[in-house]
Design a protein around this ligand. Structure first.
Ligand code: SPD
Length: 305
């Protein structure tokens, strides 16, 4: 067995053992591993950082998709920036209101490997006639589709300087997303760790989004693979209901979803929408805004040993 190690802080390592490597490639954009990680199942690792494992991916993909879709109410056109593994696409396509679901991922090699090697995650979603795959920079697609999307989901890798995603955590990108949404549209992104020593990036991403959209909120996804509670940022130009009625959410899900959910329902959403005090306090004091000239700097690549 070998180990893939990801620094969470300069003094803390998050490490999973690898029983078998199913694919290893250095693509034009990043280093990719698809591995069997044992108890957490098959996993996608990019630049040495754990992206998703079959054993707990539903704890991430269900909230990153269904929270914005519930807040929208009846999404028809959904864009996923990143999301090569197809897990977010699988969840989007459960909405019977969805007519068009696009995955815009820069790395065709990773999409291809996930389609071949991680069917447990995409579950055939790429073959749905409503699904389209656009291999290319999500920035360009979003810039070229104004007033088009009901929900934009930024399902990205962490913003490491050497990686392909860091530009998509900036004010310029969030402004493009705002223009690309139709009235009533909702934006969500994976925004970073809630662990106190790491929380600065999450707080600054939330602050940056709040300079663009009228309403911003945090939801918490507890995904063991990521090593700490994870923050997803929700944003819209209409008020987000942060204390939704549990029965009303369950009624909406029952009427508009095909297929079952494992973690997400009205009660889970209500819980995930409530932020801890230290985060609300930090956000109230934050002044840093991420721009393309001054983007987030996340700890760099992990390593294989
Ligand atoms: N630190 C890990 C954050 C990973 C976010 N991206 C996950 C992609 C799963 N579709």
């Amino acid at each position: 067995m070998h180990w893939i190690s990801e620094h969470l802080t300069p003094c803390d390592i998050w490490q999973h053992g690898v029983l078998q490597t199913l694919a290893h490639r250095v693509t034009a954009f990043q280093e990719m591993d698809v591995v069997d990680s044992g108890p957490y199942g098959k996993a996608l690792v990019l630049d040495g950082k754990w992206q998703t494992c079959t054993g707990d991916e539903f704890l991430y993909h269900e909230p990153i998709v269904h929270a914005p879709c519930v807040l929208h109410g009846s999404p028809e056109r959904v864009l996923i920036a990143g999301g090569a593994d197809g897990g977010a696409l699988r969840e989007v396509l459960k909405w019977n209101t969805v007519k068009e679901a696009v995955v815009a991922d820069i790395d065709g090699d990773v999409v291809q490997a996930c389609r071949e090697l991680l069917p447990e995650i995409h579950q055939g979603a790429y073959d749905d006639p409503r699904a389209k795959i656009q291999i290319g920079d999500a920035w360009e697609l979003i810039a070229n589709t104004p007033n088009h999307w009901d929900v934009i989901i930024a399902d990205l890798t962490d913003p490491i300087e050497e990686g392909p995603a860091y530009k998509l955590f900036t004010q310029e990108f969030f402004k493009l997303c705002k223009k690309a949404l139709r009235p009533g549209g909702v934006f969500v992104n994976q925004a970073g760790s809630q662990s106190p020593p790491l929380v600065d990036i999450l707080i600054r991403v939330l602050k940056t989004i709040s300079t663009v959209f009228e309403h911003t909120s945090l939801i918490t996804a507890n995904v063991p693979t990521y090593g700490s509670p994870w923050g997803l940022a929700l944003a819209a130009d209409r008020k987000l209901d942060l204390r939704p009625d549990v029965d009303a959410v369950d009624g909406l899900l029952n009427s508009k979803l095909t297929g079952s959910l494992r973690m997400f329902d009205g009660e889970s959403l209500l819980g995930m929408l409530q932020s801890p005090k230290y985060i609300r306090d930090r956000l109230a004091q934050e002044t840093t805004v991420y721009t393309v000239d001054s983007p987030p700097k996340f700890l760099g690549k992990g390593s294989r040993q």
